[in-house]
Ligand binder design. Structure first.
Ligand SMILES: Nc1nc2c(ncn2[C@@H]2O[C@H](COP(=O)(O)OP(=O)(O)OP(=O)(O)O)[C@@H](O)[C@H]2O)c(=O)[nH]1
Ligand SMILES: [Mg+2]
Length: 317
C-alpha cells in the first residue's frame, strides 16, 4: 500500500510538474528580468515583481497581498539579496494560501453518508466540463466507487455523443435522452436509475451555452429542483469548471457564476499548454469556494485533486 501510494504520488508530481512547465518557464524568465543587475530587493525590484505576478495572471488583489508580505520582510531585512527572492516568494505564497482552510479535498473521496452522491457539473461552453466528468468517472471508478453519468446537456447532439464516448471508455452506465429533451427530465431519470442501482456517485453534465445567460441559469435551477424530487438534498456538490488558459476571464466567470447559482467547488482545467497557471493561486486566494480539481493534461490521469502546497512546491521546484 505504501509503495503503491509513493508510486502514485510521484506520478502525480510528474504530471503536475509537466503541466506547469509553460507557466514556470514564462514566470521565471520574467522574474529573471525583474531582478537583472540588482543584488538587493529594493523598490524597483518590488515594482517589477508586482508586474511579473500580475502578468502571470495571479490577479491584482492577490498580487498586492503577496507584495505586501514581501515588503514587510524587506523592511525587517534591508539587505535582502535578490538571490533569496525565489525562496521568499515561495514562502509567502504558501503562507498566504495556508491562511484559508476551505475543506480542500485530499483524494478522490466521497462523503460516506450521502449515496448516491450527486455532483452537478456547470460552466460556460468549452471549459472542459464533459472531459472533467470523464476523468472524474475514471478516478472514482478506480477507487472502487460505482458511477452513473447523466447527459443533461441536451442542447447539442454532439454533447450527448461525447459523454457516451467517455461512458464507453471508462465503462460506466450513462442515462440519456434525445437531443432537445428537457435536461431536468434527464437528471431526474439519472438519479432514479442511480438510486435503483445503489450507485455511489452521479455526475451530471450540463449545457454551457443556451440562447442566453438568463436561460442558462434558469435551466440550472430547474435541473436542481427536479433532482430534489428524487433525492431531497441533491445536488450534494455543484462543481464549476473554469478554463485556466483564459486567465483573467476565468476569474470573471467564477464571479458571475457564483453570483447566479450556488457553487460548492471549482475545477481549473487546461493548465498545461498555457503560461497562465498563476490563475490557480489567485482563484484559491480570492474565492470562498475551494479549488478541488485541476486539469493538467489530456490523459485521464491528468485530472488531479488540487493541493495548494504541492502546487507551490511544483511551481518553485
Ligand atoms: N490540454 C487540456 N485540454 C483539456 C483539459 N480539459 C479539457 N480539455 C479539452 O478542452 C476541450 C473542451 O472540453 P469539453 O469537455 O468538451 O468542454 P465542455 O465544457 O464540456 O464544452 P461544452 O460541452 O461545449 O460546453 C476538449 O478538447 C478537451 O480535450 C485539460 O486539462 N488539458
Ligand atoms: Mg460538454
Amino acid at each position: 500500500m505504501s509503495i503503491f501510494k509513493k508510486i502514485f504520488s510521484s506520478e502525480k508530481k510528474e504530471s503536475l510538474d509537466k503541466g506547469l512547465e509553460k507557466t514556470k518557464t514564462s514566470f521565471f524568465t520574467k522574474l529573471g528580468k525583474a531582478v537583472a543587475g540588482k543584488s538587493r530587493v529594493d523598490d524597483d525590484v518590488l515594482d517589477n515583481l508586482e508586474e511579473v505576478l500580475v502578468t502571470s495572471d495571479v490577479g491584482v488583489d492577490t498580487t498586492l497581498k503577496i507584495i505586501e508580505r514581501i515588503e514587510q520582510r524587506v523592511a525587517a531585512d534591508k539587505y535582502m539579496g535578490t538571490d533569496e527572492l525565489n525562496k521568499i516568494l515561495r514562502e509567502e505564497i504558501a503562507g498566504l494560501l495556508s491562511e484559508t482552510h476551505r475543506g480542500e479535498a485530499t483524494d478522490f473521496e466521497l462523503p460516506e453518508d450521502k449515496r448516491p452522491y450527486v455532483i452537478m457539473v456547470v460552466g460556460v461552453n468549452g471549459v472542459g466540463k464533459t472531459t472533467t466528468i470523464g476523468k472524474l468517472a475514471h478516478q472514482f471508478k478506480a477507487k472502487g466507487f460505482s458511477v452513473v453519468l447523466g447527459a443533461a446537456d441536451t442542447f447539442r447532439a454532439a454533447a450527448i455523443d461525447q459523454l457516451q464516448v467517455w461512458a464507453d471508455r471508462v465503462d460506466v452506465p450513462i442515462v440519456k435522452q434525445k437531443m432537445g429533451s428537457d435536461p431536468a427530465s434527464v437528471a431526474f431519470d439519472t438519479l432514479s436509475a442511480a438510486t435503483a442501482k445503489n450507485a455511489d456517485v452521479v455526475l451530471i453534465d450540463t449545457a454551457g451555452r443556451l440562447h442566453n445567460k438568463v436561460n442558462l441559469m434558469n435551466e440550472l435551477s430547474k435541473v436542481k429542483r427536479v433532482m430534489q424530487k428524487v433525492i431531497p438534498d441533491a445536488p450534494h456538490e455543484v462543481l464549476l469548471v473554469l478554463d485556466g488558459s483564459t486567465g483573467q476571464n476565468a476569474f470573471e466567470q467564477a464571479r458571475q457564476f457564483t453570483k447566479a447559482t450556488e457553487v460548492s467547488s471549482l475545477a481549473v482545467t487546461k493548465l498545461d499548454g498555457t503560461a497562465k497557471g498563476g490563475v490557480v493561486i489567485g482563484i484559491s486566494d480570492q474565492f470562498q469556494i475551494p479549488v478541488k480539481y485541476i486539469g493538467v493534461g489530456e490523459r485521464v490521469e491528468d485530472l488531479q485533486v488540487f493541493n495548494k502546497f504541492e502546487f507551490v512546491d511544483s511551481f518553485f521546484s
